[in-house]
Design a protein around this ligand. Sequence first.
Ligand code: IMP
Length: 462
Amino acid sequence: MRYDGRENDQLRPVNIIPGFLMHPAGSVLIQMGNTKVICTASVEEKTAAHLKGTGQGWVTAEYAMLPGSTATRKKRDSSRGKVDGRSTEIQRLIGRALRSVVDMEKMGELSLWIDCDVIQADGGTRTASITGAYVAMMLAFRRMKAMGMISEIPVRNAVAAVSVGIVDGQIRLDLPYEEDSRAEVDMNVVMTEAGELIEVQGTGEAHPFTRGQMDEMLALAEKGCMALYAVQRQALEAFEEEAPLEAEAPGSGEAKEKQEEESLTVVAATQNQHKLKEMRAIMEPFGMKVISQKEAGLENVDVEEDGKTFEENSYKKAREIMALSGRIAIADDSGLAVEALNGAPGVYSARFAGTDKDDDANNQKLLSLLEDEENRRAKFVSVVTMVYPDGRVLAARGECPGHLLRELRGDQGFGYDPMFVPEGFEETFGQLSSQVKNRISHRARALSRLEALLREEAGKER
Ligand code: IMP
């Protein structure tokens, strides 16, 4: 009899709670007896460095144990100043296990980050991590598919893992810490649902073991994994029922009308009310309804603009708001490029004088930097990007050349408007009416190019 009352070929009670956390694309809490691991899968918009340009994605994993997960407090890596060797080995195992069932060519250039955090350890944390991570990964891929980031789920097979070993001279399945710590032979087995082996880590701790014993242990592990695939399937099915992701099938009547209306509704990926107003004024004549992030339920989402180009930031903003809202999103990334400053402030226009988008401080900084400068030439640049839930991307750039005054004039508009006189005019954007600005501005030019692209697309579809 085992100390917890199980038969030798019995798993501990297994439970997988899908959708355990709200932020990651996929998450679960997996419990195997007293071992509890939170597994999450988060999407990153770029693939691993070595795969850049190949069209392939990447799946990678990190593993850690919380300080309170073990009987005596485990120091955090951050206070030890280095990553635990055991964790490194385990996270590589988890990454390899998942990659072996994923078709990375079908992922596109995206990365899926799997994080396995052990909140309570009682043996078998690496194997529970793999079994749970598979479900978190599937949930993430399902969400990515529903959002149009991938066209199919790129997973060939289920993967699960379990420990087996020889304890008290007996071959046993799924060792808790009490058995693991005194096991004569200890083995971790990772398998696909098709019965193929992905990894076998077997060690004769107290004495060597025979080929026959190894075969017996593998057969027992396979039996354990079969039970785990069923638990994984149940978790995935249960979550689908609770939170169906696929959009209503396109059909006749109401669904079609709703779809048509949605195809003309665009979420503006901006927190800047001036930009929102300008986008609305410019796009509505094109027959497009522009709604704010607030109206799309994303009031507090502020996408970090860490790109080096207007194109990069514009795409990033639209991409994220599309992913979060499930609707077509449009973003504008814009700024002022001053000739005498080699194009600065450029993408840093909003934060030129600090981090807090202070228009006055930005203008003052620019005025004083250019105090003794004769060359006053500058241009506003805007890159607008529209990202569709099916993955289509349209982007256009618009520029508005002009010159900068030595003082501020007018209180219309926003940002650097009171300093900037567009070519062919005597007054600044701060003085000109919004109708005039919205006809000639960088944003208007970018949006009118975008409109041409939209027409081209519509022509192709017909
Ligand atoms: P971002 O698009 O959020 O990166 O911010 C763009 C920044 O560029 C704004 O905060 C302004 O400082 C400046 N900017 C962009 N477009 C305009 C414009 O039409 N008028 C004045 N300033 C602008």
